[in-house]
Unconditional design. Structure first.
Length: 459
C-alpha cells in the first residue's frame, strides 16, 4: 500500500467515529507492518488515547485541547461553549516512557458551528494532518507541554445561549461594510496598530464596500461593491473628491460572476490584478492597464475554488496565498508559486501550509519592514472578519513554510464600523482597511425571509 492510497483510506476512516478498543479509540486500517508507517516510526498504530502518558511503547496520538485524560467530545464541548471559540487539533508522537510529546502537525479550528458539525470538522482536519504527515511533509517538530487534565463538562445554559444568539444575529442582522483610509505607513501599523482617525467612504445606496487595495501609482482605490440583499459583487475604482472623500468612479470587472478582493501588485513597472472568483471556480490573473482595461494573463489552479487570492513576490519567485474552500471556509492557507506570471503555478509541497481559524485566510498584501516579510491574515474565530492578524514569515520556499503572529488589529470599539475588520493594505504612506457593522434593517430582513421561504418551497 503506497502513501497516497493509505492517506485516502485514513481520510475516509476519519469521516466516521472510530471504534472503541479498551482504553483506546483505534482508527482502523493502521497496521505496524505497513511500510509507510514503519518509515515514520509508527510502531504502535495511531490512536485517540484516553489514557495518560507515559505509554509502554512509541505511538502517535491525535489530541485536542484537554484530551488527556478525557476524549475529544469533551474538548469540543468546552471549546464550543466559551471564547475564544477555537479548538486546537494536533498529532503528537510519544516515545515509550516519556511524558512530553513531539509535535508532528497541528491545526486550530473554529467552534462557531453546531456541535455535531464541529465534531465532523475535527475528523476532517485530523485527516488533513494525517495526509500531510504521511506524504513526508509534516510540520516542523516542536515540543508540547504535557496536557493538563480537565474534568468532563456538561452543556451549560450560558454557552448554549451564546451560540444561539450568535446564529440568530447572523440571520436577523445585516452586515454593512465600508472601506477607510488613514495616513499611516506599514511600519507604524506593525509597531503601533491602527489609528482611530480613519476616514470612511460613504457607501452607495443598497450596497457595501469591502476589500480595499491601492491602484499603484495613483490615488485610486480598488474595492468590491456588493448589494446588501443578494446579487453579485463587482470590482470598482474609487477616487478622492476635492474634499478627499473616496467615491466610486468606474467599474473594472462585472461579467455576470461574483468578484471580490481585487489584489493588486506591481511587477517590472506594470500593475497586475488578481480578484477572487469563487463562483465559477476560476482564478484569473490580469494585467491592469492605465485605461482600466483588464488583460487576462494566466489562470491559477482552475480545479480549485480559491478565496482571497493574494499575489506577492519573495525570494526570486512569484507567490499566491489563498484559502481553498474545499478544505474550509476561513481556516486554511494554501500557497502557489511560479517563476513567470504566465505560469505554470505549482502548489506548495505542504499544502495546506496552515490550518488556523485565527490567522490563516489572507487579509491583504504581504509587506516588507526592515527586511522582514509580514502577512496580514483574518481572525475569524469569534465571527467572520472579526480582526486582522499580522504574521511574520520566517521561512518561505517551495518546500517549507513557517510564520508566527506578531500583532492583532481589532476594529475601533467606538468607531462606526466596530464589529469587524478583514482587509489591510498599504499605498505609500496610507493604510487602507475595511470595517463591518451589524444593523437591523427591517426591509432587508423581510426580503431575506421571503427568499428563504421561497427556497424552502422549491426543495
Amino acid at each position: 500500500m503506497n502513501d497516497l492510497m493509505l492517506s485516502a483510506e485514513l481520510s475516509a476512516e476519519l469521516s466516521r467515529p472510530a471504534a472503541s478498543t479498551g482504553t483506546f479509540r483505534v482508527i482502523a486500517g493502521l497496521h505496524p507492518s505497513d511500510a509507510a508507517l514503519q518509515a515514520l516510526g509508527l510502531d504502535s498504530g495511531l490512536i485517540w488515547a484516553r489514557a495518560r502518558p507515559p505509554f509502554p511503547a512509541d505511538l502517535w496520538r491525535i489530541e485536542t485541547d484537554g484530551t488527556d485524560p478525557q476524549d475529544h467530545e469533551a474538548a469540543c464541548l468546552r471549546a464550543w461553549q466559551r471564547a475564544p471559540f477555537c479548538l486546537r487539533v494536533r498529532i503528537a508522537r510519544y516515545a515509550a516512557g516519556e511524558d512530553r510529546p513531539t509535535l508532528v502537525s497541528e491545526a486550530v479550528i473554529g467552534t462557531r458551528q453546531p456541535i455535531a458539525e464541529l465534531e465532523a470538522s475535527l475528523y476532517h482536519v485530523a485527516g488533513l494532518l494525517l495526509r500531510a504527515a504521511l506524504s513526508g511533509a509534516p510540520h516542523p517538530a516542536a515540543t508540547l507541554a504535557p496536557a493538563v487534565p480537565k474534568s468532563r463538562v456538561v452543556p451549560r445554559l450560558g454557552g448554549a445561549l451564546r451560540q444561539f444568539g450568535h446564529r440568530q444575529a447572523a440571520r436577523l442582522l445585516t452586515e454593512e461594510w465600508s472601506i477607510g483610509s488613514a495616513t499611516r505607513g506599514a511600519g507604524d501599523v506593525l509597531l503601533h496598530g491602527l489609528p482611530t482617525s480613519i476616514a470612511w467612504a460613504p457607501t452607495p445606496a443598497g450596497t457595501y464596500l469591502a476589500d480595499p487595495f491601492p491602484w499603484p501609482g495613483t490615488d485610486i482605490v480598488l474595492a468590491e461593491q456588493m448589494p446588501l440583499s443578494g446579487g453579485l459583487g463587482r470590482i470598482i475604482a474609487l477616487a478622492p473628491d476635492n474634499a478627499g472623500v473616496l467615491r466610486p468612479q468606474a467599474t473594472l470587472l462585472a461579467d455576470g460572476a461574483h468578484h471580490s478582493y481585487p489584489c493588486s501588485h506591481v511587477i517590472d513597472g506594470q500593475v497586475f490584478l488578481l480578484p477572487e472568483d469563487t463562483g465559477t471556480g476560476r482564478t484569473m490573473l490580469y494585467r491592469l492597464h492605465p485605461d482600466a482595461r483588464l488583460e487576462p494573463v494566466s489562470s491559477i489552479a482552475p480545479d480549485r475554488s480559491l478565496a482571497d487570492p493574494t499575489l506577492f513576490s519573495h525570494g526570486g519567485r512569484l507567490w499566491i496565498a489563498a484559502t481553498d474552500l474545499a478544505i474550509g471556509l476561513h481556516d486554511n492557507l494554501c500557497l502557489f508559486h511560479a517563476t513567470d506570471l504566465a505560469g505554470p503555478w505549482f502548489p506548495h509541497r505542504r499544502d495546506p501550509v496552515r490550518i488556523d481559524i485565527r490567522n490563516a485566510r489572507p487579509a491583504g498584501t504581504p509587506f516588507q519592514y526592515e527586511g522582514v516579510l509580514y502577512r496580514p491574515a483574518q481572525d475569524c474565530a469569534a465571527t467572520y472578519g472579526a480582526a486582522v492578524s499580522i504574521n511574520r514569515i520566517d521561512i518561505l520556499d517551495p518546500d517549507q513554510f513557517a510564520e508566527h503572529p506578531v500583532r492583532v488589529l481589532h476594529p475601533d470599539p467606538q468607531g462606526p464600523y466596530r464589529h469587524g475588520l478583514h482587509t489591510l493594505s498599504f499605498a505609500q504612506d496610507r493604510v487602507l482597511v475595511d470595517g463591518k457593522r451589524l444593523a437591523l434593517r427591517p426591509g432587508l430582513l423581510l426580503d431575506k425571509l421571503r427568499r428563504r421561504f421561497a427556497g424552502a418551497r422549491h426543495v
